[in-house]
Design a protein around this ligand. Structure first.
Ligand code: NAD
Ligand code: ZN
Length: 358
C-alpha cells in the first residue's frame, strides 16, 4: 500500500494545512477506506473562518471533512458485508451504541457521538481513513462516488422532511436555498409534496431550485418584515404551507416559518444561525403549530441512497465545483463565497472519476 496519506488538517482560524499522517490501523469491526470524494459543508467553512460552531471549538488540530465516499482497502476480521474494492458512502457519526438514545434507535442524540470533523474528532479529507463498517453503505455500480458523498447532506433533507411529516399532497415552505435547503426540496418532492415554495436572498440559488423542481420560488428582500414575507408566500403559493422547514435558522426565517404555517401544521428548524432567536411562540401555541428540531439524521442514509439509486432524486446538480485534494485551499475559497455560484464544492482525493463505473 502507498505510504502517501496526505490529509487536510485545520490548526485554527484561517489555518488549514496539508500534511502527511500515518495510515490508520483498523479494528476487527472497521474498514480502511481509500477516500475518493469529500464535499465541503458550510460547517467546515465555519470552523475555518470562526474556529467554532456554538460550543464545539477547535482547540487542537483537526482533520476536516465529513461528506465522504471511498473505496474499501482493508476489512476487519468481523466484517461480513463489505469486501476490498467495494465503493461506499460513509455516514460520519458513530454513536456509543449503549446509551438509552442509541438503544431506542435515536442514535443521532447520543451524547457520546464521535462525529467526523466536529471537535475534537478528526474528519475524513485524507487519503486513508478508518471507519466503523456498519456505517458504510455500499454504492450500486451506477452511482458515482460524488453522489455517495452527497448522501450526507441529502440525509439531512430526508430527516427534516420525515420530522415534518411531509407526504403525498403536502404544501411545503423551505426557507433558504443553500445546499441544505436544496436537498430538503429534493427530499420533499420525492416524498410526494404537491407544492414546494423555496425562498432565498440570492436569485442564482433560486434558479437552481427551480431546475431541481421547486413549484414556486420567492426572492426575499432583506428589508422585508416577516409579516410582509408571509403575505408574499401565501400569495405566490396560492395556499398556506402545512409544513415549513427553516434551512437558515435566522430570527427572521424562523418568524416567517411560524407565522406562515397553516394552523395545525408543523415547523421544522434545521438552520443553526442564531442560538436564542425571538420567536412568536404564542402565535404557534394558539394555532397548534408544532415546532420541531432536527439534528443531522438517524437511519436516513439507506432511504437517501434508495432515492438516488431509483433515480427519484438527481442530486448531482448540486455540485458546482471540483478540486483535487492538493487544491484544498482553493476549494475552501470557492465554497466561502457564494457570489462565484458555488453550491456544493467537491474535493477529489483520487483522480476525478477513477472509481466511477459509468
Ligand atoms: P448556506 O449558508 O449555504 O445556505 C443558507 C441560505 O439561506 C443561503 O443561500 C442564504 O442566501 C439564504 N438566506 C439567508 N437569509 C435568508 C432569509 N432571510 N430568507 C431566505 N433565505 C435566506 O448553508 P447550508 O449549508 O445550506 O446550511 C443551512 C443551515 O443548516 C446552516 O445554518 C447549517 O449550519 C445548518 N445545518 C444544520 C444541520 C442540522 O443537523 N440541524 C445539518 C446541516 C446544516
Ligand atoms: Zn449512545
Amino acid at each position: 500500500m502507498a505510504k502517501d496519506n496526505l490529509t487536510a488538517v485545520l490548526y485554527g482560524i484561517e489555518d488549514l494545512r496539508l500534511e502527511q499522517r500515518p495510515i490508520p490501523e483498523i479494528a476487527d469491526d472497521e474498514v480502511l477506506l481509500a477516500m475518493d470524494s469529500v464535499g465541503i459543508c458550510s460547517s467546515d467553512v465555519q470552523y475555518l473562518v470562526n474556529g467554532r460552531i456554538g460550543d464545539f471549538i477547535v482547540t487542537k488540530p483537526m482533520v476536516i471533512g465529513h461528506e465522504a465516499a471511498g473505496v474499501v482497502a482493508k476489512v476487519g476480521k468481523k466484517v461480513k458485508h463489505l469486501a476490498v474494492g467495494d465503493r461506499v458512502a460513509c455516514e460520519p457519526g458513530i454513536p456509543c451504541r449503549y446509551c438509552d438514545h442509541c438503544k431506542v434507535g435515536k442514535y443521532n442524540l447520543c451524547p457520546d457521538m464521535v462525529f467526523c470533523a466536529t471537535p475534537p474528532y478528526d474528519g475524513n479529507l485524507t487519503r486513508y481513513f478508518k471507519h466503523a463498517a456498519d456505517f458504510c453503505f455500499k454504492l450500486p455500480d451506477h452511482i458515482s462516488m460524488e453522489e455517495g458523498a452527497l448522501l450526507e447532506p441529502l440525509s439531512v433533507g430526508v430527516h427534516a422532511c420525515r420530522r415534518a411529516g411531509v407526504g403525498l399532497g403536502s404544501r411545503v415552505l423551505v426557507l433558504g436555498a443553500g445546499p441544505i435547503g436544496l436537498v430538503t426540496l429534493l427530499a420533499a418532492e420525492a416524498m410526494g409534496a404537491e407544492k414546494i415554495l423555496i425562498t432565498d436572498l440570492v436569485q442564482q440559488r433560486l434558479d437552481v431550485a427551480k431546475e431541481l423542481g421547486a413549484t414556486h420560488t420567492l426572492l426575499i428582500n432583506k428589508n422585508d418584515t416577516a409579516e410582509d414575507v408571509v403575505k408574499q408566500v401565501h400569495a405566490v403559493m396560492g395556499a398556506e404551507p402545512d409544513k415549513s422547514i427553516d434551512c437558515c435558522g435566522t430570527e427572521s426565517t424562523t418568524r416567517v416559518s411560524i407565522l406562515g404555517t397553516r394552523s395545525g401544521g408543523c415547523v421544522v428548524i434545521v438552520g443553526m444561525d442564531v442560538a436564542e432567536p425571538k420567536i412568536p411562540l404564542m402565535n404557534a401555541l394558539v394555532r397548534e403549530v408544532d415546532i420541531r428540531g432536527v439534528f443531522r439524521y438517524c437511519n436516513d442514509y439507506r432511504a437517501a441512497l434508495a432515492l438516488i439509486t431509483s433515480g427519484k432524486i438527481n442530486a448531482k446538480r448540486l455540485i458546482t465545483h471540483h478540486f483535487d485534494i492538493t487544491e484544498t485551499a482553493k476549494a475552501f475559497e470557492t465554497a466561502r463565497y457564494i457570489h462565484v455560484g458555488a453550491i456544493k464544492v467537491m474535493i477529489h482525493v483520487q483522480p476525478r472519476g477513477i472509481n466511477n463505473k459509468v
